[in-house]
Design a protein around this ligand. Structure first.
Ligand SMILES: [Zn+2]
Ligand SMILES: [Zn+2]
Length: 249
């Protein structure tokens, strides 16, 4: 009988493996490769974390554009200065960085907020900005918030605030739809600019957090609302920046 029970061992091993696969993510959410025990974070393998491209060359100190020859304000910022003081991002919206944004934003991988926020805090320190008074986030619509039960931009904003040891204020409210993802550039340009309002005014310098800097229209609209209700300065920090965005001043 004892011998017979040993025959069941492969079945038990299969069951244990099935249980492990159910409860532990075993493959990387980006490359589907095996997740190494060391270096993997939030279901992403160390190789994919290493492939997150960061800006390395000179950046426009005002809008964060990498399409400049030197770290001086670009032509767009010189001709039509945006309402914020400075904007920066971790890297271009492509490759592994883009995959992370999509996993976080559309696949509900909330555990990515902390490692993404850590990279954004690094970008903040690299930019050499003065410490702001508070951290605020570009809000999503109340409908999306209601559907999900929480706001992902707020999750990211709170994680960045934790990294920088600053208070987070749920300062903004989004009016109307105004979502930019999935819209063409001409559609985005036609969107009404005033889709944001301040629900809780912040004084002093605000650090505005968003996942992707696209045209700058969203950041400009939020910055105007914040400046119009008590903030004396707004800096914009995003995880990604779409390549060569046409900025709306
Ligand atoms: Zn991977
Ligand atoms: Zn610029």
């Amino acid at each position: 009988m004892l011998v017979r029970s040993w025959y069941n061992f492969p079945a038990m091993a299969k069951l244990a493996e099935a249980l492990a696969l159910t409860f532990l993510p075993s493959t990387c959410a980006i490359c589907s490769g095996a997740l190494a025990w060391s270096g993997s974070r939030a279901g992403i393998c160390p190789g994919c974390w290493g492939r997150v491209a960061r800006h390395t060359g000179p950046l426009c100190p005002v809008c964060g554009s990498p399409d400049v020859a030197a770290a001086e304000p670009c032509l767009a910022c010189r001709t039509a200065p945006p309402p914020w003081r400075a904007a920066a991002s971790v890297g271009p919206y492509e490759g592994a960085l883009r995959d992370l944004v999509l996993l976080f934003k559309t696949r509900g991988r909330d555990e990515l907020a902390a490692p993404i926020a850590a990279m954004m805090a690094d970008a903040f320190r690299r930019a050499g900005w003065k410490r702001p008074t508070s951290v605020v986030a570009v809000p999503m619509t109340w409908l999306r918030r209601l559907r999900r039960g929480y706001d992902q931009a707020e999750l990211l904003g709170r994680a960045v605030a934790r990294e920088l040891e600053l208070p987070f204020v749920r300062a903004m409210r989004r009016r109307g739809r105004g979502a930019q993802v999935g819209r063409s550039r001409s559609e985005r340009l036609r969107l009404p600019a005033a889709t944001f309002a301040v629900r809780r005014p912040v004084a002093g310098a605000a650090l505005l957090i968003d996942d992707v800097f696209t045209t700058g229209a969203t950041a400009a609209s939020c910055a105007r609302a914040l400046l119009g209700s008590g903030a004396n300065q707004v800096d914009v920090l995003t995880f990604a920046r779409t390549p060569q965005p046409g900025r709306i001043p």
